[in-house]
Design a protein around this ligand. Sequence first.
Ligand code: FES
Length: 111
Amino acid sequence: MTRIRFLGPDGGPTGETDAPSGTRLLDIAQAIGQPLEGTCEGQMACSTCHVIVAAGDFDRLPRASEQEDDLLDLAPHVTRTSRLACQILLDGSLDMLTVRLPGSARDMQGR
Ligand code: FES
């Protein structure tokens, strides 16, 4: 089980939940109403599931694939610790994971 903390674009908390081992971060985010579109449902064709991982957590995740890195290069507001939430499989090895939603994720929802 991994405790997930979601932050909004301004860094304020927007949600928190426990993710069972074997779940994808994208599914967990959507389950608690975080505004991540995930348009391609994990096929790595959209980057609308872009999240910014807290610096201290980033290096503890398995590295992104080359395909994920290529897609992130095209995402707005990308940072050094950006990842695609559909590619983060929670395997229980982390106790806690904090991710921030980039501004564009909210803009796409019209908020
Ligand atoms: Fe499309 Fe993650 S849902 S790239």
